[in-house]
Design a protein. Structure first.
Length: 406
């Protein structure tokens, strides 16, 4: 096994905020009347099992709910156990997705010293962010999160920004991009909000439709390509770029089958995806079942192949080789199944049509830049000389914007 990726929910659905669009709140119905904080024996068994799985690289992605509710000592124990059970040459990666509110100086030192990559949830300027991301009192959290970002920068913690695209920001791509650039956020991921009432099947008001998302991404692309490519990393645009240059697919949404990772809940229960933490999709329990039986069992195979059972319209689509029908969640048919064409099919068609006139130029610039870096020529280019990517801009205004002046 080359790699093994885990999405860990040590505090399950528990959170210190009351974000009204949170999809993971419904897991309370799965684990109601239970203590939902991972115990040490579960952590110990989990880390031992995955570190001794034979995987050369193991990724621990700590999410929630809010994982920092576990406290910093829990994560110190996790790192200690990773070192205890690691094999020679094994690569360990820790990622923490958090609302950031509980982070302080002790956390910053710990995250920096143990090389955690932190994902901070931030939906835009204060009025947009605070529309949904509020605490138990209903107060907005923007300024607290901004202070935490300042702290991470001071301590040298690696972080990126995760933004949910919802009804409050989907029509403001220019304002959102200006905010991003003004704050020097260079590693970004945008996720469309798609939430439905499970009883009625109706889409919730916070969600965005395909055309809205397509218009958002088209405008965001224009701003990024004019001002940020390739210095600003936007996950979706990088997915497209890698596909255009190498023909490779990276993010799980675009793969033919769903088997990129497994979710591990607070008690060791395992699931194929955190959108599908339902009793019917339980793969087993790390305390009771062997890892091979969880990874290779019939239930995971059934879930994985469910994504490949796409409507005929998908297989006839010119983008099928890229999206493979999109994330299963977005194919919800309103009747409890996942048989529809993706709700965001229109968005992906729009953005590919939008960038089509530029795709050769994008590909050529990316290839030239990569070759320049690999050959060492990039380091020899002066800041006032043309950028090796071929944009026509000076290096300092293009790919060299992140290079400090000595």
């Amino acid at each position: 096994m080359v790699s093994l990726s885990l999405l860990l929910k040590p505090a399950s659905y528990r959170c210190n905020l009351e974000c009204s669009y949170c999809f993971y709140k419904r897991v309370a119905g799965v684990y109601e009347q239970q203590s939902t904080f991972m115990k040490y024996d579960v952590l110990d068994r989990l880390v031992e099992t995955v570190m001794q799985s034979g995987a050369r690289k193991v990724s621990f992605c700590w999410q929630g709910g809010e994982p920092t509710l576990m406290g910093i000592e829990f994560f110190r124990n996790a790192v200690a156990l990773q070192k205890k059970y690691a094999r020679v040459g094994q690569q360990i990666e820790n990622l923490l997705q958090t609302n950031g509110v509980l982070l302080d100086d002790d956390w910053f030192r710990f995250l920096r010293d143990n090389r955690f990559l932190v994902g901070i949830s931030l939906d835009g300027p204060a009025d947009i962010h605070d529309a949904y991301r509020v605490d138990r009192k209903g107060d907005g959290t923007f300024h607290r999160v901004s202070d935490v970002i300042d702290g991470m920068r001071t301590y040298g913690v690696d972080f990126n920004i995760l933004t949910l695209v919802h009804d409050k920001n989907v029509r403001q791509p220019d304002r959102l991009y200006d905010f991003i650039r003004r704050n020097n956020f260079n590693y970004l991921q945008f996720i469309p909000c798609f939430e439905v009432d499970e009883k009625s099947g109706e889409t919730l008001l916070c969600s965005v439709d395909g055309r809205e998302l397509g218009e958002f991404y088209c405008r965001l692309f224009d701003r990024w390509y004019e001002d940020g490519f390739p210095y600003v990393s936007i996950r979706f645009f990088e997915d497209i770029l890698i596909y255009l240059v190498e023909g490779a697919l990276v993010s799980c949404s675009w793969l033919e089958e769903c088997r990129s990772y497994i979710v591990v809940e607070h008690n060791g229960d395992c699931y194929p995806c955190d959108f599908f933490v339902y009793p019917e999709w339980r793969l087993g329990n790390i305390m009771e079942d062997s890892l091979p039986s969880i990874l290779n069992g019939e239930k995971r195979e059934e879930f994985s192949t469910m994504k490949s059972r796409v409507p005929p319209a998908c297989r006839d689509c010119r983008l099928f080789d890229f999206c493979h029908g999109d994330c299963t969640k977005f194919r919800f048919d309103g009747k409890g199944g996942y048989t529809d064409v993706s709700r965001y099919c229109e968005a992906w068609l729009m953005i590919f049509d939008h960038i089509d006139p530029l795709k050769d130029e994008i590909r050529d610039r990316a290839v030239r830049l990569r070759e320049s870096i690999l050959s060492g020529r990039f380091d020899l280019v002066g800041r006032n000389q043309p950028c090796p990517c071929g944009s026509g801009k000076k290096l300092k205004h293009c790919c060299g914007r992140g290079i400090p002046v000595l």
